[in-house]
Ligand binder design. Structure first.
Ligand code: KIV
Ligand code: ZN
Length: 535
């Protein structure tokens, strides 16, 4: 990638825009995903990235490519796929990180490298062991290196809100001189108040040299429940980029919630006098998609997207609402994309109806993907009478472009008896023509299946995470299996959907084996055998 091939998106560079637009920088797939319980596999990330592009985010932070091969692959795939949104990769101020990020972004139409380095006294002394001068030199050298690859470079002064403001001015002035086009002042530990935010951004914009050449950005964590208020305070003091996540997911108590910031700017437009490019009618579908791919629901009373956000229970409120909606409603459910289901899908429904419903659920599929889901939908409609939204979501999520071999599941049998171990037999077919059958005993049917697959493929894996959940209600609900396994010192993810959870687990395990094999990684790289799992 060269600066010429990686042009910034229009208006994303070069000082404050006269048009008073706030850029929405989404970090659901980076800061959000790194929080416990929110990890996503590559397919889920791609699905979310497409939904976020359709939502209209300006910049999408797709991951931290140096962190793992899976992260690298996810960033690369998202960079290759998105057309309008700027795809951003996070990098520490280290040459290896910068070069890896540049490689991951090579195919991006609009790319950004996001560098971060701590600036606060606490972090300088205890985390980095660096003097102020060393921090300054490292930041400048890294920005200059990143600029050789990419014209759009963001610099984040980690723990900025606990940094001496004069030093922050020094660092940001040097960052602009070195070529940074966005300057981010994160409240890394969620410590700040809105008044302090206003004070800092006003000070920075007044004192940073050539401040007009960069976009000022805010990135707030919610440790004291002030992330959204702090982000809006920064915006009112001149920040024109907000870093945030869908449903506010993120490190510890989370990041500022994208949907809350966007709706605050929209509902209170006369107050802020600012706007974003977000299509607010896609907020709810995108929020819902995230809950589906992570398995983490939002609280009922969550602002904007919670189940109760538009429910009016008390008689007084209902009476007022019937007379005039505005009495108790500052925004309408349809403004954020909450629409009553009007379409019932069944075995006679066509592709068009399916596409419409999937879009309302946050899944923007291309024609090939829609074809795949449509086939699955027809097959499911033969087996299941009521096709619910959750079923459709499961089908869309279950479409695995990576499940295309070399190994395929031909036969699977399991048996388990109360109080004794379970057994499994698998028959697998390899693209090279091999047919391999293996049997294994395990602590439960899932464990037995995984062991049999391990034997048949010769791929050692240490299972580190296993999650199965029902995607809808009823005895014929579809199960979504998500596995993470350690192999060759890296974590590999696989997921699959089936009305039979053992089968879904087998497909998810095969997706992992296939990924490992396609990447040509040595297959006996782990000394330890697959760890037992009981279901
Ligand atoms: O919270 C933080 O400081 C971050 C940086 C990497 C921007 O996430
Ligand atoms: Zn953060």
């Amino acid at each position: 990638m060269t600066p010429e091939t990686a042009q910034p998106n229009d208006n994303d560079q070069g000082g404050e825009s006269a048009e008073d637009r706030v850029r929405i920088f989404d970090t659901t797939l980076r800061d959000g995903e790194q929080a416990p319980g929110f990890s996503m596999d590559r397919r889920a990330k791609l699905c979310m990235a497409q939904a976020l592009e359709a939502l209209g985010v300006d910049i999408l932070e797709a991951g931290f490519p140096q962190a793992s091969p899976d992260d690298f692959a996810a960033v690369e795939e998202i960079a290759r796929t998105l057309r309008n949104t700027t795809v951003c990769a996070l990098a520490r101020c280290q040459n290896g990180d910068i070069d890896t990020s540049a490689r991951a972004l090579e195919r991006a139409r609009h790319a950004r490298i996001h560098l971060f380095l701590s600036t606060s006294p606490l972090h300088r002394e205890h985390k980095l062991g660096m003097s102020k001068a060393q921090v300054l030199d490292t930041a400048v050298a890294s920005i200059e290196r990143a600029r050789k690859y990419c014209a759009d470079v963001e610099f984040s002064a980690e723990d900025a809100l606990r940094t001496e403001p004069e030093f922050l001015v020094e660092v940001f002035s040097a960052a602009i001189a070195a070529g940074a086009t966005t300057l981010n002042a994160p409240d890394t530990v969620g410590y700040t108040t809105p008044a302090e935010m206003v004070e800092l951004f006003t000070y920075l914009r007044r004192h940073v040299r050539d401040a007009h050449k960069a976009v000022f950005s805010t990135h707030c964590h919610d440790d004291l429940g002030m992330a959204v208020a702090n982000s809006l305070a920064a915006v009112s003091a001149g920040a024109r980029q907000v870093e945030c996540t869908i449903n506010g997911i993120g490190e510890r108590a989370g990041n500022a919630a994208l949907e809350e910031i966007v709706m605050a700017l929209k509902v209170r437009a006369p107050h802020f006098g600012l706007h974003t490019r977000i299509d607010t009618r896609k907020l709810y579908p995108t929020s819902r998609l995230l809950t589906q791919v992570t398995g983490q629901a939002v609280p009922r009373n969550k602002a904007v997207v919670g189940e109760n956000a538009f429910a009016h229970e008390s008689g007084i409120h209902q009476h007022g609402m019937l007379k005039h909606r505005g009495t108790y409603e500052i925004m309408r459910p349809e403004d954020v994309g909450i629409a009553a289901t009007t379409l019932v899908l069944g075995k006679h429904s066509g592709r068009h109806a399916l596409r419409q419903r999937l879009e309302a659920l946050g899944h923007s599929l291309d024609d090939a993907a829609l074809d795949g889901v449509f086939k699955l939908f027809k097959a499911l409609a033969d087996r299941k009478r009521d096709i619910r939204d959750e079923d459709l979501e499961a089908l869309a999520l279950g479409l695995d472009p990576d499940a295309t071999g070399p190994w395929r599941l031909d036969q699977l049998n399991t048996s388990s008896h109360l109080g004794s171990s379970a057994s499994a037999t698998v028959k697998l077919i390899h693209d090279d023509g091999r047919k391999v059958g293996e049997a294994a005993i395990g602590d439960g049917p899932v464990d037995a299946v995984l062991r049999a697959i391990e034997r048949a493929t010769g791929t050692d894996m240490v299972l580190t995470r296993f999650q199965v959940r029902a995607m809808s209600e009823g005895g014929d609900a579809q199960g979504y299996a998500q596995l993470t396994a350690r192999h060759a010192r890296h974590d590999w993810n696989g997921s699959s959907v089936s009305t039979d959870i053992i089968e879904a687990t087998a497909h998810a395990a095969l997706a992992i084996v296939n990924r490992i094999e396609r990447q040509g990684i040595e297959r006996h790289a782990n000394a330890a055998p697959l760890q037992g799992v009981s279901v």
